[in-house]
Design a protein around this ligand. Structure first.
Ligand SMILES: C=C(O[C@@H]1C=C(C(=O)O)C=C[C@H]1O)C(=O)O
Length: 447
């Protein structure tokens, strides 16, 4: 048995799970309990995932872990996962089944360094304890190896959770002592101009440039409570939290779905083009009308639709691009185009994630020149910002968001990230203003 560490860590590519080590899981129903006990305290691995549709999952501990780096990171995670999930026996409803939660870094060459300590180029965990709030009720699931006492774990956590009050307090904000930008307005202007030069040369069509804002807090930040407040203000966004046993807590409220896959059905979207909210409904509409009629916005958005179509087509039997709509959030409005496909065969959601990431909503066109431009221009490490974050299950189904409107909390600081698409006729000042809007969801909740 070369499955080594007591915490369920699989030993890289040599991992194997023999009969005695197959994963088992058991569920039991819970009456409305607070998620907080699962997420509070300790240095254990913790995850949270919530969709605009109402599915909420929180987990802690590590029943299995899959990590990889380099260009074949998706394949390697898939291989490790299929070994671990192969013999899985789940005693409980489908809604409460074990899942692997995690994500990948923006680029496969990523090396974890502060603030990204603990965040590998690809890293997923199957939590030992999972609470799922679904249309079919709220379920507690305990997961472990056959040699673990999963029943015992289930009963312990059931007692612990049912003894607590049902409501999670949304808490007070930590307060902001100071902020520091990675990119001054003057630097931003020259960065955008450098991108525009490459576009004028004909080497590049679009690149998404981003910046970071390091926020020093006055007090400790309660990330789950911050996400709870974000739920109220941004009910139609995803919410996620990923925290490993070392390093910080990566979290966010992204509006953008990278992919959801169930069987052969896949849903994704193009989300690109941003304007502010107005003071009144009429002003909201004015912004939207301007964005809809504007060639620059349509070009920028169209590039994302075309790229997704092109990236998905080889995997799909049919593909439907719906009409363009508006995604209206509390502080910003985007152009959105829903895209659906039926896959041509059995595929793992990670294959779709790999095919799509990065879309030109966060990368650019052509992708390799865009990445080279981003790397040459940006003055911070993207880490897991703008990357796929989500979950997959034993069948290879799952859902991933694009980790934007996100930040990483570590050592009394939250580092926030925000970017915007640059195309031929982009104006550095307008792009600056749009980027600042994208810090707001989390920044507002820290102040
Ligand atoms: C890159 C970000 O957002 C992306 C870029 C957008 C744009 O260029 O208009 C809009 C939505 C997102 O796809 C971000 O929020 O950091």
């Amino acid at each position: 048995m070369d499955r080594s560490l007591g915490d369920g860590r699989l030993t890289g590519d040599t991992a194997s799970v023999d009969g005695a080590d197959d994963l088992v899981s058991r569920s039991r129903e819970l009456e409305g309990v607070s998620f907080s006990a699962i997420l509070d305290g300790s240095a254990e691995s913790r995850v949270q995932w919530a969709t605009p549709g109402g599915l909420e999952l929180v987990g802690r501990g590590v029943a299995a872990r899959f990590t990889a780096a380099g260009p074949d990171r998706f394949d390697r995670v898939r291989t490790q996962a299929s070994r671990a999930f192969d013999g899985l026996v789940h005693d409980g409803p489908e809604a409460a089944r074990p899942r692997a939660f995690g994500g990948v870094s923006f680029h496969d060459g990523h090396e974890p360094a502060p603030p990204w300590t603990g965040f590998d180029a690809a890293s997923f965990v199957v939590p030992q304890v999972l609470v799922a709030r679904t249309d079919d009720g709220t379920w507690l699931t305990a997961v472990g190896n056959r040699s673990d006492n999963v029943d015992d774990r289930l009963e312990r956590w059931h007692e612990r959770l049912t003894a607590l009050p049902a409501m999670r307090p949304s808490g007070s904000t930590p307060g902001v002592a100071a902020t520091r930008r990675t990119t001054s307005p003057a630097t931003w202007t020259s960065q955008v101009e450098a991108v525009l030069e490459r576009i004028a040369d004909g080497r590049l069509t679009k690149a998404v440039l981003a910046q970071a804002l390091s926020v020093t807090l006055e007090g400790p930040v309660d990330v789950p409570a911050t996400l709870e407040r974000l739920r109220r203000r941004y009910p139609n966004c995803y919410r996620f939290l990923v925290s490993h046993d070392i390093g910080g807590t990566f979290f966010g409220a992204p509006p953008e779905r990278l992919v959801s896959k169930r069987g052969q059905r896949v849903e994704t979207e193009a989300l690109a083009g941003s304007v502010p909210r107005g003071e009144t409904p009429a002003e909201d509409e004015e912004y939207v009308d301007r964005m809809r009629a504007d060639e620059k916005f349509q070009h920028e958005h169209g590039l994302v639709v075309d790229a997704i179509r092109k990236q998905l087509a080889p995997l799909a039997r049919d593909l439907t691009v719906s009409d363009q709509t508006i995604r209206r959030l509390a502080t910003i409005q985007h152009l959105q185009t829903p895209i659906e496909a039926t896959l041509s065969g059995d595929r793992h959601v990670l294959e779709i994630v790999e095919a799509l990431h990065p879309t030109p909503a966060v990368g650019g066109v052509p992708p390799d020149v865009a990445w080279e431009t981003i790397r040459d221009t940006e003055t911070f490490e993207r880490g897991w910002y703008a990357s796929p974050v989500g979950w997959f299950d034993a069948d290879g189904d799952g859902e991933f968001a694009v980790a934007i409107r996100s930040g990483i909390a570590a050592d009394g600081t939250v580092t926030l990230f925000a970017g915007n698409g640059i195309v031929g006729d982009s104006d550095p000042d307008e792009e600056w203003d749009e980027v600042q809007l994208k810090y707001r969801p989390i920044l507002d909740e820290l102040q």
